[in-house]
Design a protein around this ligand. Structure first.
Ligand code: SF4
Length: 188
């Protein structure tokens, strides 16, 4: 199985952030990773505390799905494979256990559908599971909100303003341009 090593790939993007850091700003990424880790811990704790085992199993299943099929059908085809990409370094993480897939210019629709399904379950199952505990639910929702908006305003912004090929026309990138412009013409 072919995987790419850590330092094999350099950054093509010439935006100010990529030029300065050879990828996304590491301090910002550490903050984002800290928040999503806290979100996961609070979600797990909340479901266990509320004994919401159905939600917990759905959540674990969604994680298993997220890290397998969509990653193979999306990240393994992406130019970000093997790199510290803006989506929480997924490109580098995925290259540690999945081979690169050549010959595909864009992710498969099945991969995108499964991605949406897994992410929706991962973020919503804990909220359903801990709906009876308002304090924990509020903490979880604040963390989930920061995760969502930091992804949108950092990773989606980067693709909206500097992405090429399918990434610049991804629905999230288009949505970003619709609201924030970003110097590129919005193509809906
Ligand atoms: S840029 Fe997106 S699709 Fe490409 S490797 Fe990173 S997370 Fe996966």
């Amino acid at each position: 199985m072919h995987t790419q090593s850590d330092k094999e790939v350099t950054v093509d993007c010439q935006c100010a952030e990529c030029v300065e850091y050879e990828g996304p700003n590491p301090k910002l990424m550490m903050f984002r990773l800290f928040v999503i880790t806290a979100q996961i811990i609070v979600g797990l704790y909340g479901m266990l505390k509320e004994r919401s085992y159905k939600a917990l199993w759905a959540w674990l299943g969604a994680f298993a799905l997220f890290w397998t099929v969509p990653r193979y059908l999306i990240c393994a085809r992406c130019e970000g494979y093997g790199r510290d990409c803006y989506s929480l370094y997924l490109g580098r993480i995925v290259s540690k256990y999945l081979p690169k897939v050549e010959g595909h210019e864009r992710p498969s629709n099945l991969g995108i559908g499964l991605e949406i399904l897994s992410l929706a379950t991962i973020s919503n199952a804990p909220m359903i599971g801990m709906r009876g505990n308002r304090k924990l639910l509020a903490v979880y929702m604040v963390l989930a909100g920061i995760t969502f908006w930091s992804q949108f305003l950092h990773a989606c912004r980067h693709c909206a303003e500097y992405g090429e090929g399918w990434k610049k026309n991804c629905p999230s990138a288009k949505t970003y341009r619709l609201f924030f412009g970003g110097g590129r013409k919005v193509q809906i």
